[in-house]
Design a protein around this ligand. Sequence first.
Ligand SMILES: Nc1ncnc2c1ncn2[C@@H]1O[C@H](COP(=O)(O)OP(=O)(O)OP(=O)(O)O)[C@@H](O)[C@H]1O
Length: 255
Amino acid sequence: MLDARSISAWFGDRKVLDRVSLDMPAGSVTALIGPSGCGKSTFLRILNRMHELVPGATLAGEVLLSGQDIYDASRKLTDARKQIGMVFQKPNPFPAMSIHDNVLAGLKLTGIRAGRSAKEALVEECLSKAGLWNEVKDRLRQPGGALSGGQQQRLCIARSLAVRPKVLLMDEPCSALDPTSTRRIEQTIAELAHEVTIIIVTHNMQQAARVSQQCAFFLAEQGTPGVIVESGPTKRIFEAPSDERTSDYVHGRFG
Ligand SMILES: Nc1ncnc2c1ncn2[C@@H]1O[C@H](COP(=O)(O)OP(=O)(O)OP(=O)(O)O)[C@@H](O)[C@H]1O
């Protein structure tokens, strides 16, 4: 349902992605793996039109969401952002804003209106889906910044869910977290995948193997732009990759 076709990307004159195509099926988790600097985050940012915010950054290709190009001139930027949410490496709740208001923060930004009781129901629903409700239900008015790192990241997931995205992009969402919080987020990812298409960038091969059903291996060799060496079912990428470079990478022999 999210289909990137022949994506190339540049920062100024420097080409960092070369004709990358990837099908990301609905209702499942796709992991983007590969060594540092091969363009995974750039690719992820292209999937919800964040790449174009960087001065001098350009791109070519198409990103089809349910068959429609999110870069089509007739489509609004805010529509793409509403339908395709993003969770970043470092949890970034609004620290002084309450837990409750953090969850609802995206509604104002995307122009969604809701009555008081609908909002309360949405707060509970999104915090429950993010696996945080039981921990915070008695302190919804406390600031988001007072939560632990792992709880803050789940609050950010809840905030993304509140605008009912079709796709959730996650850029190394656990890299700033301890192993217990990491497992909790992985559990949340597994629970959400049935209703939201998830694309996750991770450097952790065990994590890619645990959470994803599809995997794409990115590589940028010796100053050349990043490409996808191969992609497919996670089990095959890990157990029987067709390219030796994939095998070397997933078995920790480089990168
Ligand atoms: N804002 C920017 N301006 C210029 N070049 C950039 C910018 N962001 C990224 N790059 C370059 O684009 C290339 C791809 O970077 P990107 O962050 O997408 O890689 P990555 O695979 O996500 O790396 P990592 O795993 O370290 O996060 C790198 O060579 C990087 O230096």
